[in-house]
Design a protein around this ligand. Structure first.
Ligand code: AMP
Ligand code: MG
Length: 301
Protein backbone atom coordinates (compact mmCIF):
# COMPACT_ATOMS: atom_id res chain seq x y z
CA UNK A 1 0.00 0.00 0.00
CA UNK A 2 2.83 2.39 0.70
CA UNK A 3 4.14 3.73 -2.61
CA UNK A 4 5.50 7.10 -3.39
CA UNK A 5 3.80 8.60 -0.38
CA UNK A 6 6.80 7.96 1.80
CA UNK A 7 8.59 10.94 0.26
CA UNK A 8 5.66 13.13 1.18
CA UNK A 9 5.60 12.20 4.82
CA UNK A 10 9.31 12.70 5.21
CA UNK A 11 9.01 16.19 3.71
CA UNK A 12 6.20 17.70 5.71
CA UNK A 13 7.03 17.31 9.34
CA UNK A 14 5.36 20.61 10.30
CA UNK A 15 1.84 19.35 10.78
CA UNK A 16 1.11 15.86 11.96
CA UNK A 17 -2.25 15.76 10.22
CA UNK A 18 -0.88 16.58 6.77
CA UNK A 19 0.53 13.07 6.42
CA UNK A 20 -2.40 11.65 4.49
CA UNK A 21 -2.50 12.51 0.78
CA UNK A 22 -5.30 14.97 0.15
CA UNK A 23 -8.24 14.09 -2.07
CA UNK A 24 -9.61 16.77 -4.38
CA UNK A 25 -13.21 17.82 -3.70
CA UNK A 26 -15.64 15.19 -4.91
CA UNK A 27 -13.21 12.37 -4.18
CA UNK A 28 -13.93 10.51 -0.94
CA UNK A 29 -10.34 9.30 -1.04
CA UNK A 30 -7.42 9.94 -3.41
CA UNK A 31 -8.01 8.38 -6.84
CA UNK A 32 -4.68 6.62 -6.50
CA UNK A 33 -6.02 4.62 -3.57
CA UNK A 34 -9.63 4.25 -4.70
CA UNK A 35 -8.51 2.71 -8.01
CA UNK A 36 -6.01 0.17 -6.74
CA UNK A 37 -6.44 -3.24 -8.43
CA UNK A 38 -9.21 -5.46 -7.19
CA UNK A 39 -10.38 -8.82 -8.55
CA UNK A 40 -11.92 -8.13 -11.95
CA UNK A 41 -14.60 -10.75 -11.31
CA UNK A 42 -16.21 -8.52 -8.71
CA UNK A 43 -15.77 -5.23 -10.54
CA UNK A 44 -18.88 -3.23 -11.33
CA UNK A 45 -17.94 -1.51 -14.61
CA UNK A 46 -20.49 1.26 -14.17
CA UNK A 47 -19.21 2.13 -10.69
CA UNK A 48 -17.25 5.26 -9.82
CA UNK A 49 -14.85 4.21 -7.03
CA UNK A 50 -13.91 7.06 -4.75
CA UNK A 51 -16.01 9.64 -6.59
CA UNK A 52 -18.97 11.00 -4.66
CA UNK A 53 -20.19 13.55 -7.21
CA UNK A 54 -22.45 13.18 -10.22
CA UNK A 55 -21.62 13.51 -13.90
CA UNK A 56 -21.90 17.30 -13.94
CA UNK A 57 -19.54 17.59 -10.98
CA UNK A 58 -17.12 15.20 -12.69
CA UNK A 59 -17.14 17.28 -15.84
CA UNK A 60 -16.47 20.42 -13.83
CA UNK A 61 -13.62 18.67 -12.02
CA UNK A 62 -12.20 17.44 -15.33
CA UNK A 63 -12.11 21.01 -16.63
CA UNK A 64 -10.45 22.25 -13.42
CA UNK A 65 -7.93 19.41 -13.57
CA UNK A 66 -7.18 20.37 -17.17
CA UNK A 67 -6.04 23.84 -16.15
CA UNK A 68 -3.82 22.40 -13.44
CA UNK A 69 -2.47 19.69 -15.73
CA UNK A 70 -1.62 22.23 -18.37
CA UNK A 71 0.46 24.31 -15.98
CA UNK A 72 2.27 21.30 -14.55
CA UNK A 73 2.97 19.98 -18.03
CA UNK A 74 4.60 23.29 -18.90
CA UNK A 75 6.71 23.10 -15.73
CA UNK A 76 7.75 19.57 -16.64
CA UNK A 77 8.68 20.74 -20.13
CA UNK A 78 10.65 23.68 -18.74
CA UNK A 79 12.40 21.32 -16.34
CA UNK A 80 13.38 19.06 -19.25
CA UNK A 81 14.68 22.05 -21.20
CA UNK A 82 16.80 23.00 -18.22
CA UNK A 83 18.58 19.70 -17.88
CA UNK A 84 15.99 17.88 -15.75
CA UNK A 85 15.63 14.15 -16.29
CA UNK A 86 12.04 13.63 -15.32
CA UNK A 87 9.13 12.57 -17.48
CA UNK A 88 5.74 10.94 -17.06
CA UNK A 89 4.42 7.90 -18.90
CA UNK A 90 0.72 7.12 -19.03
CA UNK A 91 0.07 3.53 -20.09
CA UNK A 92 -3.49 2.91 -21.27
CA UNK A 93 -4.70 -0.65 -21.64
CA UNK A 94 -8.20 -1.90 -22.27
CA UNK A 95 -10.33 -3.99 -24.60
CA UNK A 96 -11.66 -2.50 -27.83
CA UNK A 97 -14.15 0.32 -27.15
CA UNK A 98 -12.92 0.78 -23.57
CA UNK A 99 -12.32 4.45 -24.32
CA UNK A 100 -8.54 4.75 -24.69
CA UNK A 101 -8.86 7.15 -27.62
CA UNK A 102 -11.38 9.28 -25.74
CA UNK A 103 -8.95 9.60 -22.83
CA UNK A 104 -6.28 10.86 -25.20
CA UNK A 105 -8.65 13.38 -26.73
CA UNK A 106 -10.33 14.61 -23.56
CA UNK A 107 -7.55 14.38 -20.97
CA UNK A 108 -4.28 14.62 -22.85
CA UNK A 109 -5.98 17.09 -25.20
CA UNK A 110 -6.02 19.54 -22.29
CA UNK A 111 -2.27 20.10 -22.41
CA UNK A 112 0.10 21.59 -24.96
CA UNK A 113 0.64 18.93 -27.67
CA UNK A 114 4.22 20.14 -27.96
CA UNK A 115 5.02 18.42 -24.67
CA UNK A 116 3.31 15.12 -25.41
CA UNK A 117 4.81 12.02 -27.00
CA UNK A 118 1.86 9.87 -27.99
CA UNK A 119 2.15 6.42 -29.45
CA UNK A 120 -0.40 3.73 -30.19
CA UNK A 121 0.76 0.16 -30.55
CA UNK A 122 -0.89 -2.13 -33.05
CA UNK A 123 0.08 -5.49 -34.49
CA UNK A 124 3.89 -5.38 -34.75
CA UNK A 125 5.21 -4.48 -38.17
CA UNK A 126 7.72 -6.69 -39.98
CA UNK A 127 10.51 -4.38 -38.85
CA UNK A 128 9.33 -4.49 -35.22
CA UNK A 129 9.02 -8.26 -35.30
CA UNK A 130 12.74 -8.55 -35.97
CA UNK A 131 13.42 -7.26 -32.47
CA UNK A 132 12.55 -8.19 -28.91
CA UNK A 133 9.00 -7.09 -27.96
CA UNK A 134 10.36 -4.30 -25.74
CA UNK A 135 12.37 -2.73 -28.57
CA UNK A 136 9.54 -0.63 -29.98
CA UNK A 137 8.48 0.31 -26.47
CA UNK A 138 11.94 1.52 -25.51
CA UNK A 139 12.08 3.63 -28.67
CA UNK A 140 8.80 5.32 -27.79
CA UNK A 141 9.60 6.23 -24.17
CA UNK A 142 9.12 9.89 -23.33
CA UNK A 143 12.22 12.05 -23.36
CA UNK A 144 12.92 14.21 -20.29
CA UNK A 145 10.29 16.91 -19.94
CA UNK A 146 7.60 15.02 -21.85
CA UNK A 147 4.37 13.30 -21.01
CA UNK A 148 4.41 10.01 -22.88
CA UNK A 149 1.13 8.29 -23.67
CA UNK A 150 0.90 4.66 -24.73
CA UNK A 151 -2.40 3.60 -26.29
CA UNK A 152 -1.79 -0.13 -25.76
CA UNK A 153 1.75 -1.08 -24.85
CA UNK A 154 4.15 -3.91 -24.01
CA UNK A 155 1.24 -5.42 -22.08
CA UNK A 156 -0.22 -6.59 -25.38
CA UNK A 157 2.65 -9.08 -25.33
CA UNK A 158 1.10 -10.77 -22.29
CA UNK A 159 -2.51 -10.14 -23.34
CA UNK A 160 -3.24 -10.74 -27.03
CA UNK A 161 -0.01 -12.77 -27.26
CA UNK A 162 -1.18 -15.03 -24.42
CA UNK A 163 -4.82 -15.30 -25.44
CA UNK A 164 -4.07 -16.00 -29.10
CA UNK A 165 -1.01 -18.12 -28.35
CA UNK A 166 1.18 -15.95 -30.56
CA UNK A 167 4.13 -17.26 -28.56
CA UNK A 168 4.37 -20.38 -26.38
CA UNK A 169 3.52 -20.18 -22.65
CA UNK A 170 7.17 -20.48 -21.63
CA UNK A 171 7.85 -17.30 -23.60
CA UNK A 172 4.96 -15.14 -22.41
CA UNK A 173 5.27 -16.62 -18.93
CA UNK A 174 8.67 -15.01 -18.47
CA UNK A 175 7.52 -11.63 -19.66
CA UNK A 176 5.86 -10.50 -16.44
CA UNK A 177 9.17 -10.42 -14.63
CA UNK A 178 10.90 -8.95 -17.67
CA UNK A 179 8.35 -6.18 -17.77
CA UNK A 180 8.76 -5.47 -14.05
CA UNK A 181 12.53 -5.23 -14.47
CA UNK A 182 12.15 -3.05 -17.56
CA UNK A 183 9.74 -0.65 -15.85
CA UNK A 184 11.94 -0.47 -12.75
CA UNK A 185 14.79 0.73 -14.96
CA UNK A 186 12.59 3.23 -16.74
CA UNK A 187 11.38 4.58 -13.40
CA UNK A 188 14.91 4.76 -12.02
CA UNK A 189 15.93 6.85 -15.03
CA UNK A 190 13.36 9.49 -14.04
CA UNK A 191 10.05 8.44 -15.59
CA UNK A 192 6.97 8.39 -13.43
CA UNK A 193 4.82 5.53 -14.73
CA UNK A 194 1.03 5.70 -14.44
CA UNK A 195 -0.64 2.49 -15.57
CA UNK A 196 -4.36 2.39 -16.21
CA UNK A 197 -6.53 -0.57 -17.13
CA UNK A 198 -9.85 0.64 -18.50
CA UNK A 199 -12.42 -2.04 -17.81
CA UNK A 200 -15.59 -2.04 -19.87
CA UNK A 201 -18.36 -4.62 -19.40
CA UNK A 202 -19.19 -7.11 -22.16
CA UNK A 203 -22.65 -5.59 -22.40
CA UNK A 204 -21.36 -2.04 -22.79
CA UNK A 205 -18.79 -3.16 -25.34
CA UNK A 206 -21.58 -4.69 -27.38
CA UNK A 207 -23.49 -1.41 -27.31
CA UNK A 208 -20.39 0.52 -28.36
CA UNK A 209 -19.58 -1.90 -31.18
CA UNK A 210 -23.20 -1.68 -32.31
CA UNK A 211 -22.82 2.08 -32.46
CA UNK A 212 -19.69 1.69 -34.57
CA UNK A 213 -21.75 -0.35 -37.02
CA UNK A 214 -24.58 2.16 -37.07
CA UNK A 215 -22.91 5.54 -37.52
CA UNK A 216 -21.01 6.51 -40.61
CA UNK A 217 -18.64 8.61 -38.50
CA UNK A 218 -17.75 5.49 -36.49
CA UNK A 219 -17.17 2.88 -39.21
CA UNK A 220 -13.48 3.73 -39.29
CA UNK A 221 -13.12 2.59 -35.70
CA UNK A 222 -14.64 -0.81 -36.37
CA UNK A 223 -12.59 -3.84 -37.21
CA UNK A 224 -14.30 -7.19 -37.94
CA UNK A 225 -11.66 -8.87 -35.78
CA UNK A 226 -13.08 -6.98 -32.77
CA UNK A 227 -15.86 -9.60 -32.67
CA UNK A 228 -13.35 -12.45 -32.76
CA UNK A 229 -11.51 -10.96 -29.79
CA UNK A 230 -14.79 -10.32 -28.00
CA UNK A 231 -15.57 -14.01 -28.27
CA UNK A 232 -12.50 -14.68 -26.11
CA UNK A 233 -13.74 -12.48 -23.27
CA UNK A 234 -13.05 -14.94 -20.40
CA UNK A 235 -9.51 -15.60 -21.64
CA UNK A 236 -8.85 -11.85 -21.84
CA UNK A 237 -10.27 -11.38 -18.34
CA UNK A 238 -7.89 -14.02 -17.05
CA UNK A 239 -4.96 -12.45 -18.92
CA UNK A 240 -5.80 -8.99 -17.53
CA UNK A 241 -6.09 -10.40 -14.03
CA UNK A 242 -2.62 -11.98 -14.39
CA UNK A 243 -1.25 -8.60 -15.51
CA UNK A 244 -2.72 -6.89 -12.44
CA UNK A 245 -1.56 -9.65 -10.11
CA UNK A 246 1.97 -9.90 -11.46
CA UNK A 247 2.98 -6.44 -12.68
CA UNK A 248 1.57 -4.02 -10.12
CA UNK A 249 4.74 -2.88 -8.38
CA UNK A 250 5.66 -0.09 -5.99
CA UNK A 251 7.36 1.89 -8.74
CA UNK A 252 4.71 1.19 -11.37
CA UNK A 253 1.38 0.28 -9.79
CA UNK A 254 -1.73 -0.49 -11.81
CA UNK A 255 -4.97 1.38 -11.52
CA UNK A 256 -8.24 -0.21 -12.48
CA UNK A 257 -10.74 2.23 -13.91
CA UNK A 258 -14.32 1.05 -14.47
CA UNK A 259 -15.06 2.39 -17.94
CA UNK A 260 -18.76 1.97 -18.66
CA UNK A 261 -19.25 5.62 -17.77
CA UNK A 262 -16.94 7.57 -20.01
CA UNK A 263 -17.20 10.68 -17.89
CA UNK A 264 -15.87 8.80 -14.88
CA UNK A 265 -13.03 7.12 -16.76
CA UNK A 266 -11.87 10.46 -18.12
CA UNK A 267 -12.05 12.13 -14.73
CA UNK A 268 -10.23 9.22 -13.08
CA UNK A 269 -7.34 9.24 -15.53
CA UNK A 270 -7.09 13.01 -15.39
CA UNK A 271 -6.92 12.83 -11.59
CA UNK A 272 -4.28 10.07 -11.59
CA UNK A 273 -2.15 12.02 -14.03
CA UNK A 274 -2.59 15.28 -12.15
CA UNK A 275 -1.71 13.65 -8.83
CA UNK A 276 1.40 12.07 -10.37
CA UNK A 277 2.56 15.40 -11.80
CA UNK A 278 1.79 17.21 -8.54
CA UNK A 279 3.83 14.63 -6.67
CA UNK A 280 6.87 15.52 -8.79
CA UNK A 281 6.85 18.84 -6.94
CA UNK A 282 8.06 20.78 -9.97
CA UNK A 283 9.13 24.38 -9.78
CA UNK A 284 10.01 26.83 -12.52
CA UNK A 285 13.68 26.54 -13.44
CA UNK A 286 15.83 29.42 -12.19
CA UNK A 287 17.33 31.73 -14.84
CA UNK A 288 20.62 30.61 -16.33
CA UNK A 289 21.58 34.27 -16.81
CA UNK A 290 21.88 37.43 -14.72
CA UNK A 291 18.35 38.86 -14.83
CA UNK A 292 19.40 42.34 -13.68
CA UNK A 293 22.20 42.56 -16.22
CA UNK A 294 19.90 41.34 -19.00
CA UNK A 295 17.26 43.92 -18.07
CA UNK A 296 19.87 46.65 -18.26
CA UNK A 297 21.09 45.38 -21.63
CA UNK A 298 17.54 45.32 -22.94
CA UNK A 299 16.90 48.92 -21.92
CA UNK A 300 20.01 50.00 -23.82
CA UNK A 301 19.24 47.92 -26.89
P1 AMP B 1 -6.56 -0.75 -32.12
O1 AMP B 1 -5.99 -0.34 -30.81
O2 AMP B 1 -8.05 -0.91 -32.11
O3 AMP B 1 -6.06 0.10 -33.24
O4 AMP B 1 -6.04 -2.24 -32.43
C1 AMP B 1 -4.71 -2.56 -32.38
C2 AMP B 1 -4.61 -4.07 -32.46
O5 AMP B 1 -3.24 -4.41 -32.43
C3 AMP B 1 -5.28 -4.77 -31.31
O6 AMP B 1 -6.07 -5.84 -31.77
C4 AMP B 1 -4.12 -5.30 -30.50
O7 AMP B 1 -4.39 -6.48 -29.81
C5 AMP B 1 -3.09 -5.51 -31.58
N1 AMP B 1 -1.74 -5.54 -31.01
C6 AMP B 1 -1.12 -4.56 -30.32
N2 AMP B 1 0.09 -4.96 -29.89
C7 AMP B 1 0.25 -6.22 -30.32
C8 AMP B 1 1.25 -7.19 -30.18
N3 AMP B 1 2.39 -6.91 -29.50
N4 AMP B 1 1.08 -8.39 -30.76
C9 AMP B 1 -0.04 -8.66 -31.43
N5 AMP B 1 -1.06 -7.81 -31.59
C10 AMP B 1 -0.92 -6.59 -31.05
MG1 MG C 1 -9.90 -1.39 -32.22
Amino acid sequence: MSKSKSSQSSKSSKSSKSKKPKAARGWAEPADLALRPQPLAGLECASTPGWTGDRAAAEAQLAANGAALSELQEKLFADGRSGGTRSVLLVLQGMDTSGKGGIVRHVIGQVDPQGVMHRSFGVPTDAERKHNYLWRIRNALPRPGYIGVFDRSHYEDVLVARVNELVPPEVWGKRYEEINAFEAKVAAAGTRIVKVALVVSAQEQKARLRERLTRKDKFWKYNPSDIDERAKWPAYREAYQAVLDRTSTDTAPWHVVPADRKWFARLAVSQLLLDALTDLDLGWPPPSFDVKAEKARLEKA
